[in-house]
Design a binder for this molecule. Structure first.
Ligand code: 5AD
Ligand code: SF4
Length: 483
């Protein structure tokens, strides 16, 4: 298919028309469902971007007249929003699909599966073969068309497959139902151009495309008016926001925003928003202007997620990460120097193809040197279609697991000693509500995203308050309100 080159305005008009068309389908499904008191169940796998996509799905589904249920057995519509970054998500999906067979037979439930995994042909083939009772399969680029796909399925009772593998457009203005009323995620860019050799994301989410700054600012301003306090900016490669669009060359400048750093500064000025986070940046795009923006914007949290993946220069090269161990450590040093009270979190993959004992020691070395606040650890999972899968010297599962355990031990000991540093300090905590484990207590999070549990009244909910930390535990701190 040839892609027509359109002006920004032309593209925007096309997407607006498409969104209006979907709004009409929302109304049509709503009329079909009128007074039927239908229920839906949604299961989301994967990252925060997928969770944000599910919030959009929920927004559309609820406008179509469905109410949410936690029990898939009583649902008239079941939606799975899938992830394919690691293998265990596949096992989970197929297990759940198996469980749905009986529900489908008894109740005629509509089963819809969407998201990253549906962009993989071997997965959709397997669904057609082994789970033929699935009604709708939709991909990452066609999520916005869910109302139309659902309408057609209800009317014709035939199966729909709506997956395209050209990059989707950026659609604005569809409904969204957020899971929290103080913290909100805002996707600022879609896709990834990096092709790290272990990663499936660029194949299933397409190339990078950024949302217009005007649309982002309007969304955040709206969230501030609704009382949201914390915004997390999302993107597969969040700090390359606007880089590929060559914004300046196109002559588009919206209130001085032409980069990730200028976007951070603009959001920092929005009244009502008190905290700004972002995930996930790539170290290679962590430019000096972004470092200064973090340092100077008081609302930008001083916990920065900086995915390392491996501490070995050899492995990083094979991963196509475009930085060395030394460059990563230099970046951390520079950031620590320029951003007071900076803490870091990271992602690490253990057991990538060809990882030697020496390479793994390099990873441990970086972890010891940086002393991360939080480490998300993953065992390398071979993904069909990625270069990593075809590399020689794949690491036996047993060795991967042993290395994972060694890394985990080091990380946990660091978290313990890090936590001790909090005891006796005063922390600003955004109060989220009653603690899940003990509803008598309240829970909140520090700027560095640590969970704090404390005694207090419900009037404190949604506020940022000062707490004195009195003790530390592996996964949370205990605080008191000092009077
Ligand atoms: N195996 C294991 N972990 C992976 N990640 C991405 N792809 C893989 C894979 N094939 C991890 C990376 C990334 C995080 C979101 O998931 O660490 O940063
Ligand atoms: Fe995957 Fe690398 Fe892109 Fe992140 S930057 S989504 S790890 S390819």
């Amino acid at each position: 298919m040839t892609k027509t080159v359109q002006s920004e305005r032309g593209r925007k008009m096309v997407t607006e028309q498409e969104v209006n068309k979907q709004k009409e389908f929302i109304q049509k499904v709503k009329e079909l469902n009128n007074a039927k008191n239908l229920k839906y169940y949604i299961l989301t796998m994967g990252c925060q971007l997928n969770e944000n996509d599910s919030e959009k799905l929920c927004g559309m589904i609820e406008e179509m007249g469905y109410t949410i249920t936690e029990q898939y057995q009583e649902a008239d519509l079941v939606v799975f929003n899938t992830c394919c970054v690691r293998e265990n998500a596949e096992d989970k999906l197929f297990g759940k699909l198996g469980e749905l067979k009986r529900v489908k037979e008894q109740k005629g439930t509509i089963i819809a599966i969407g998201g990253c995994m549906m962009q993989e042909k071997h997965i959709t083939d397997k669904i057609h073969e082994s789970y033929p009772y699935t009604d709708i399969i939709f991909g990452t680029h066609t999520l916005y068309k869910f109302p139309e796909d659902l309408y057609k399925t209800i009317l014709s009772k035939t199966k729909m497959q709506d997956v395209i593998d050209i990059d989707g457009e950026v659609y604005e203005g569809l409904p969204i139902k957020r899971t929290s009323n103080i913290k909100a995620s805002v996707t600022i860019m879609y896709g990834c151009n990096n092709f790290c050799t272990y990663c499936i994301v660029p194949y299933v989410r397409g190339r990078e495309r950024s949302r217009h700054p005007k649309d982002i600012l309007e969304e955040v301003e709206q969230l501030a008016k609704q009382g949201y306090k914390e915004i997390t900016l999302l993107g597969q490669n969040v700090n390359s926001y606007l880089i590929v669009e060559k914004w300046k060359e196109k002559g588009i400048d919206y209130q001085g925003i032409n980069s990730f750093a200028t976007l951070l500064r603009a959001i920092n000025k929005i009244d009502g928003i008190e905290r700004i986070r972002f995930v996930s940046p790539h170290p290679k795009d962590f430019t000096d202007d972004v470092i200064s923006a973090i340092a100077e914007c008081e609302k930008v949290c001083k916990l920065v997620h900086l995915p390392l993946q491996s501490g070995s220069t050899n492995v990083l090269k094979r991963m196509n990460r475009k930085y060395t161990k030394e460059q990563y450590l230099q970046l951390v040093e520079k950031m620590k120097k320029q951003i007071p009270n900076l803490t870091l979190s990271t992602d690490i993959i253990v057991g990538f193809a060809g990882e030697t004992e020496e390479d793994f020691e390099d990873t441990l070395d970086v972890v010891r040197k940086v002393c991360f606040e939080q480490v998300y650890m993953f065992i390398y999972s071979r993904r069909v279609g990625t270069p990593g899968d075809k590399m020689p010297d794949q690491i036996p599962e047993e060795i991967k697991h042993k290395r994972f355990d060694r890394l985990k031990e080091l990380v946990e000991s660091q978290i313990e000693s890090n936590n001790q540093k909090y005891v006796g300090t005063i922390q600003k905590v955004l109060v989220e509500g009653p603690s899940k484990n003990n509803p008598e207590l309240l829970t909140g999070r520090t700027d560095s995203n640590k969970v704090v549990i404390f005694e207090g009244t419900s009037s404190l909910q949604d506020k940022i308050i000062e707490l004195k930390i009195v003790s530390e535990h592996m996964w949370y701190l205990k605080g008191i309100i000092e009077t």
